[in-house]
Design a protein around this ligand. Structure first.
Ligand SMILES: O=C(O)CCC(=O)C(=O)O
Length: 349
């Protein structure tokens, strides 16, 4: 099927094209220099075996060190059933393999909350598109679920999505307990700071790309929320930086693991001691890649203010704000940067 416009262009349709369209081409300074499969084991892999018993202190210390270093770690022995994760990945791939008309039925451009879109769910005036298709849905709080925006196909998808969301909420609560302790706080502190936790799932499909050296699957960013749990296949493509984007590593995929990212909210609660993971995704010319990001966010009216402030330390925020306001400021800043970049580019052309 020939694409009707750039907005509707599905990268999955690109198998017959030898080059990427200009709308996907990144500026030189943003292009990937490290390949999707040039793996690094710098991001620690932490087993959660014994988390409620004898191993808790060791797990807490490893989590603290990883968050100080990268804001990123991987967890194994996490208790989420491997068959459920495999079903979630299989059905997600089946969704992206559907004919274009089945996917664009859930088109979320124009401000709809949840559904299918090419490039970015943030719906900003981006100068350059991400090389991905995605489907997203809001799974918590349960009362806010809009099943009208959850795809009906493939068969069995919704039931698996519901179970997956529940298990990931449980795992997140477990991790927030350890993270609270890692910040030197009471176990329930982070969960309480989130009030009634929101959960949003974004399923990313990165099609094989004819010119992966020119584009990105997802541009560099930090996540706004408390933590994100990422399930990825073994293809590789998640990259992280801890020097402001000068150098990047490709995170080694580990079968059955979840990559845990600390987001901006987690970073603020720790008063900046724990990093908000600075990351992006690269694509490749050999195969497609799938990742499923589960974003655990505080309630919109939750108060954002450092909880772990050491004696004599300044707070990294001037005043307490709500998460909704924190999010709005972040998006406004991103939008402003994107539009300045777009203007500069337009002036050159
Ligand atoms: O696919 C990945 O490795 C990263 C995805 C991501 O950063 C996102 O969905 O925000």
């Amino acid at each position: 099927m020939a694409p009707v416009s750039n907005r509707m262009f599905l990268p999955t349709a690109a198998s017959w094209e030898a080059t990427v369209r200009p709308s996907f081409v990144r500026d030189e300074d943003e292009r990937p220099k490290v390949a999707h499969d040039h793996f690094s084991d710098a991001v620690p892999v932490i087993s959660l075996q014994g988390i409620d018993g004898v191993c808790r202190a060791e797990i807490r210390d490893r989590v603290a060190a990883a968050c100080e270093d990268w804001g990123l770690f991987q967890v194994v022995d996490h208790g989420v059933d491997a068959d459920l994760a495999a079903d979630m990945a299989r059905l997600s791939r089946e969704f992206f393999a559907l004919p274009a008309e089945d996917k664009v039925r859930y088109d979320m451009s124009g401000g709809k909350k949840g559904g299918f879109i090419v490039s970015s769910h943030l719906q900003q005036g981006e100068a350059v598109q991400d090389w991905r298709e995605l489907v997203t849905y809001f799974s918590y709080p349960v009362k806010a679920r809009d099943y009208g925006r959850w795809p009906e196909k493939p068969a069995g998808w919704r039931a698996v999505v519901e179970r997956y969301s529940e298990r990931l909420m449980e795992l997140s609560c477990k991790l927030l307990g350890v993270l609270s302790e890692a910040m030197g706080l009471e176990t329930e502190s982070l969960a309480k700071a989130c009030v009634d936790m929101d959960q949003k799932v974004v399923v990313n499909f990165y099609p094989r790309c004819p010119q992966p050296e020119l584009t990105l699957g997802v541009k560099r960013h930090t996540d706004p929320g408390t933590i994100t749990l990422l399930l990825q296949d073994l293809v590789g493509g998640l990259q992280a930086t801890r020097d402001g984007g000068k150098t990047w590593i490709t995170v080694q995929p580990v079968s059955g693991a979840f990559v845990v990212n600390l987001g901006d909210h987690g970073h603020y609660l720790s008063n900046g001691r724990f990093k908000n993971a600075d990351h992006r995704a690269v694509v490749n010319g050999e195969s497609s890649r799938l990742s499923i990001a589960t974003f655990q966010n505080p309630a919109p009216d939750a108060r954002v203010w450092p909880l772990a402030v050491k004696e004599g330390e300044e707070t990294i925020l001037e005043d307490p704000i709500t998460f909704a306001e924190m999010y709005r400021r972040k998006m406004e800043g991103d939008l402003d940067r994107a539009s300045r970049k777009k203007q500069a580019k337009d002036q050159l052309n």
